[in-house]
Design a protein around this ligand. Structure first.
Ligand code: ZN
Length: 593
């Protein structure tokens, strides 16, 4: 294994090994490319379009200003403010994430504007780097956040190279990694117990170094990736079923699971797969709110201790929404690909619909949604400082929405998420478009329409959600199918398809409650199918009988809106994602009556 110094020492040789390690056999399912999926209708597509428009307006001079200042170059444009500038928390931190997210948008939509923006940002960053060989925006970034920000440069340049064909990014990437290694430690470490900076976050470096290895073929990136895997303190105990999450920083350690996932994919060591599966289960069983959120005040709680319930009154900072969603979604996709299990799609659906989809839209000057708040009479707001970390992960998360919807294997397609969309691929060499027509979750009905250039056989597997309380109904060309459709599994519809064929899927939503934790069974959130509902303009104490919660009155003509009888009158219930600035409560005290 190479140390950092050996890496630097051998860098001049420029040895390029053969292609990256194969991952065949480890991937039961594969993602589709960004270019193969288009989001077309429903709230997920609507957010995608709003965020695309928002991020295309980013001012490139402002983003590059601090880099140009460092390099002594003319630096037009206003300061960014907030976290981003010289006196900010992490100077220059978002640059790589903006390049990454814009590259992903381009890959999906073919948008020439996004590609041109990537090109100009990479060129501007490269010009500053060429002046003095410093990849970072400021000395403060080097002193405090050298790993955390290096990782963002890597993913930005990787995505620019892989998804927009940017040759400058491709040649810059190994040079930035090499320059960055001057400032990062030669081993990984854990920030546990460190409450104030400098703590840095090397957790996701390995994932991006494995990807850098795949792009460059240079084995030094592979060896470097291994140096930063947090084995002793994290992956080893997790693989043995030891719950080491409590007290740890939520985002850092869940994004670290992506490094473990990539390690399994590239190295084939099953320890990493055991670790990430166990971690997923530990989070799902003992850390999550009804929404799927976790890590209040950014820390994991002690399981089944009452700590989770206590957070409902002790803090407003229940979920670092875009960053933690980003980490959660990546983990869910890795686990879906490795196992083919539907449970990870269930988990992804829950956290997507109830957390990130509920972010307030950003303003045009660095105001971004950060914490989801589950205290009584909460209000959504922007983070107290402009341009926080979540400004970067919001873009990357939303740009990845299309990847969450479908997976494939040699026999056909898996529908992992219900969302109005279109998939284009070539099963058995035949060009097929599969249209998913639905306003889900604002409709319980989903229709798939097949368009094929010739009749072709393939299999469509539909995720049957674990939350269903009534059976799903599936029909092909209007005729009900009697097939196995077990909750928590994929139901398979396999046939020779022709243009015009349809599949209709009905997922009956019911009302149910989810307790904050087992030992506090009467503090509950109200769910409708996969969607968490919030009470709007609620009384200070939200108290309702079990019967009222089970039988809320649907508001005519308004999807997913209900009136619920409480101890002090009727309250209107809306999906958390439709709440704007009005006060809301997510947890009820349930009485037996
Ligand atoms: Zn964040």
């Amino acid at each position: 294994m190479l140390s950092r110094r050996q890496f630097l020492g051998s860098a001049a040789i420029g040895a390029v090994a053969a292609s990256a390690a194969p991952s065949q056999g480890r991937l039961k399912l594969r993602e589709f490319d960004y270019s193969q999926v288009t989001l077309t209708e429903g709230p997920i597509a609507a957010m995608y379009q709003r965020m695309r428009a928002h991020y295309l307006k980013l001012d490139e001079d402002r983003i590059l200003k601090i880099y140009r200042q460092r390099a002594g170059m003319p630096a037009p444009g206003r300061d960014m403010g907030g976290w981003y500038d010289a006196n900010g928390f992490v100077p220059g931190h978002l640059f790589g994430q903006f390049v990454s997210g814009l590259s992903r948008l381009h890959a999906c939509t073919g948008d020439p504007e996004a590609r041109a923006k990537v090109q100009r940002l990479v060129a501007g960053y490269a010009a500053a780097f060429e002046k003095d060989g410093n990849p970072y925006a400021h000395q403060k970034t080097i002193d405090t956040w050298a790993c955390y920000v290096l990782d963002k440069y890597e993913i930005g340049l990787l995505d620019a190279a892989n998804l927009t064909g940017n040759q400058q990014a491709k040649s810059l990437l190994p040079r930035i990694v090499q320059a960055g290694t001057r400032y990062i430690p030669d081993h990984t470490f854990d920030r546990v117990g460190v409450r104030q900076p400098p703590y840095d976050e090397p957790y996701v470096l390995p994932e991006n170094l494995f990807l850098t290895y795949a792009l460059t073929g240079d084995r030094r990136h592979l060896e470097m990736a291994k140096l930063y895997l947090l084995d002793r303190d994290f992956f080893d105990p997790l693989a043995n079923g030891q719950n080491v999450l409590p007290g740890r920083h939520g985002y850092s350690h869940v994004i670290a699971l992506s490094s473990g996932a990539k390690a399994y994919e590239v190295l084939g060591d099953a320890k990493y797969l055991r670790a990430i599966r166990n971690a997923w289960d530990m989070i799902e069983q003992t850390q999550q709110y009804a929404s799927g959120a976790w890590a209040a005040d950014e820390l994991f709680v002690r399981p089944r201790s009452g700590e989770l319930a206590a957070t409902l009154t002790s803090t407003h900072n229940h979920f670092e929404t875009p960053c933690c969603f980003y980490a959660h979604a990546k983990l869910a996709r890795y686990l879906t690909a490795f196992t083919g299990d539907a449970q990870y799609g269930d988990g992804l659906e829950r956290v997507l619909l109830n957390t990130i989809l509920g972010c307030l839209d950003p303003d045009d000057d660095g105001g971004y949604f950060y914490y989801s708040d589950y205290q009584a009479r909460a209000r959504k707001s922007y983070y107290k400082q402009k341009w926080p970390c979540c400004a970067g992960t919001l873009l990357q998360s939303v740009a990845d929405f299309p990847l969450n919807v479908y997976f494939q294997d040699s026999r056909g397609v898996f529908v992992n998420l219900y969302a109005g969309s279109e998939l284009r691929w070539k099963p058995n060499g035949v060009a097929v478009t599969l249209r998913q027509k639905t306003a889900y979750p604002e409709s319980e009905h989903i229709q798939f329409q097949v368009e094929a250039s010739a009749p072709v056989e393939f299999s469509v597997r539909l995720r049957i959600p674990g939350w269903l309380e009534k059976p799903a109904a599936i029909a092909v060309n209007g005729k009900a199918l009697r097939i196995k459709a077990e909750r928590g599994n994929f139901a398979e519809v396999s046939r020779r398809w022709r243009s015009g064929d349809t599949i209709d899927l009905e997922l009956p939503f019911t009302s149910r409650t989810v307790a904050i934790e087992d030992r506090v069974p009467d503090v509950v959130a109200a769910m409708r199918g996969p969607v968490m509902l919030a009470a709007i303009e609620p009384p200070d104490d939200l108290i309702a009988g079990a019967a009222s919660l089970a039988q809320m009155d649907a508001v005519p003509g308004k999807a997913l809106e209900f009136d619920c009888r409480t101890s002090t009158g009727t309250v209107r219930m809306l999906p958390f994602y439709r709440v704007q600035r009005e006060p809301y409560s997510t947890y009820f005290r349930r009485t037996g009556l």
